[in-house]
Design a protein around this ligand. Sequence first.
Ligand SMILES: CC(C)(COP(=O)(O)OP(=O)(O)OC[C@H]1O[C@@H](n2cnc3c(N)ncnc32)[C@H](O)[C@@H]1OP(=O)(O)O)[C@@H](O)C(=O)NCCC(=O)NCCS
Length: 153
Amino acid sequence: MKIRTAAIGDLPALADVHARAFAQGWTAASLRDLLSGPGVSAHVAEDEEICGFILTRAAADEAEIITIAVGPDHRQQGLASKLLEQASAHMDRLGAARMFLEVAAQNLPARKLYEKYGFREVGRRKAYYDDGDDALVLAAGLPLVVGNPGKTL
Ligand SMILES: CC(C)(COP(=O)(O)OP(=O)(O)OC[C@H]1O[C@@H](n2cnc3c(N)ncnc32)[C@H](O)[C@@H]1OP(=O)(O)O)[C@@H](O)C(=O)NCCC(=O)NCCS
């Protein structure tokens, strides 16, 4: 399994992974529009095919995870951890000092992933999602370190 920067030809595969990971999948066209935005990067996890990806955005000294998804057949094998590590190292090199994201309060697998890297809750948007779930705003200091809660903000 290797992690690499995404190319434009990967967009249909990214849309496919996203559709299998979220109730409302993003099209290849909407992913292309996102990727063309300032400071946006994409990394993919690839074996014989693309199994997962992460989209991040850097703006001045802050970074944001736009989305991260791993296909159902490839979960709990450390892929999201590898993607997060590579993407956050890239954001760190671009000069970001902190990383932010939003996660549904009931999304326990994702919360476990972020907890592993010391993300802490810095805000909560009540009933933010269509199903009524809250969005938690999480943040961590860069570079990310496994089990190092001390670097947050
Ligand atoms: C969240 C998601 C990206 C995690 O991907 P993954 O490749 O399975 O994650 P990893 O294997 O790197 O696991 C990271 C940590 O979270 C834990 N974890 C992952 N899935 C878990 C689950 N279902 N239950 C409990 N813990 C879980 C792992 O045990 C691991 O901790 P460890 O290294 O201490 O054992 C994946 O479940 C996914 O694509 N979900 C749908 C899309 C989504 O919710 N994205 C996040 C939006 S904010």
